[in-house]
Design a protein. Structure first.
Lengths: 119, 114
C-alpha cells in the first residue's frame, strides 16, 4: 500500500535553531502534501498545503516566515521551522495522496510524525 | 461553527464487545468524503475507513463499519469485537468537494479493557 515517510521522528534542539522535517511519498507521486500540527491531547490542525513547483498555501494564523515549506519534487516536501522557540514545540505530521488517482478513490496517507522539542 | 463534531472525549468498552464512536458534520457541499483515522500513543495516523457522500451503501472494512446517515449528517464508526489493541485516539475527518484538505474532529479516546 501507499507509504509516506517522515524524518526525523524526534528532534530536541536549542532555542534559535532551525529544524528541517522531510516528508516523502515512497511509492507514489504527490503534487500536493499537507502539514499538520498537533498539541498534546488535541486534534490535528492544518498548517499549510505544500504544492509541487509552486508556493505553499498557508492557513490563517500560520506564519509563513516561521514555517518554510518547499516541495521541490513530486515525492518530497520539507517543513523548516526557522529560529525555533519553546512555543514551537509540538508534534508535526505530514500527509499525501497519490496524485495519479481521483480524490474520491482514496484517503490521505500520513507520515509517522515528528516530535519537536525546543529547549 | 464546527465542521466536524465528536461529542465523546472518551469511551470505554470491554474486550469482544462492539462500540460506536459518534461523528456529526456540517457542510453545504453535495460532494464530500468522510474518514476515520486511528492514532495510537506512538502518534502515527492509521486510515480505517472512508465513506463518500454519494455512496449508497455503508462502508465496511473488517471489524470497522461506518453508519452513514446523510439526512442527519452523521458518520458514526462502529468497531465490532473490540480488541485491546484498539485502545487509541480516533479521529473523524471530512474532505469537502474535490479538495484534498481534511478537517478533523477533536477525537475520541477509546479504552478497551479485559
Amino acid at each position: 500500500g501507499a507509504v509516506v515517510s517522515q524524518h526525523p521522528s524526534w528532534v530536541i534542539c536549542k532555542s534559535g535553531t532551525s529544524v528541517k522535517i522531510e516528508c516523502r511519498s515512497l511509492d507514489f507521486q504527490a503534487t500536493t502534501m499537507f502539514w499538520y500540527r498537533q498539541f498534546p491531547k488535541q486534534s490535528l490542525m492544518l498548517m499549510a498545503t505544500s504544492n509541487e513547483g509552486s508556493k505553499a498555501t498557508y492557513e490563517q494564523g500560520v506564519e509563513k516566515d516561521k514555517f518554510l515549506i518547499n516541495h521541490a519534487s513530486l515525492t518530497l516536501s520539507t517543513l523548516t521551522v526557522t529560529s525555533a522557540h519553546p512555543e514551537d514545540s509540538s508534534f508535526y505530521i505530514c500527509s499525501a495522496r497519490d496524485s495519479g488517482r481521483k480524490v474520491s478513490d482514496q484517503p490521505q496517507h500520513f507520515g509517522d510524525g515528528t516530535r519537536l522539542s525546543i529547549l | 461553527a464546527q465542521k466536524i463534531t465528536q461529542t465523546q472525549p472518551g469511551m470505554f468498552v470491554q474486550e469482544k464487545e462492539a462500540v460506536t464512536l459518534d461523528c456529526t458534520y456540517d457542510t453545504s457541499d453535495q460532494s464530500y468524503g468522510l474518514f476515520w483515522y486511528k492514532q495510537p500513543s506512538s502518534g502515527e495516523m492509521i486510515f480505517l475507513i472512508y465513506q463518500g457522500s454519494y455512496d449508497e451503501q455503508n462502508a465496511t472494512e473488517g471489524r470497522y463499519s461506518l453508519n452513514f446517515q446523510k439526512a442527519r449528517k452523521s458518520a458514526n464508526l462502529v468497531i465490532s469485537a473490540s480488541q485491546l489493541g484498539d485502545s487509541a485516539m480516533y479521529f473523524c475527518a471530512m474532505r469537502e468537494g474535490d479538495t484534498d484538505k481534511l478537517i478533523f474532529g477533536t477525537g475520541t479516546r477509546l479504552q478497551v479493557f479485559p
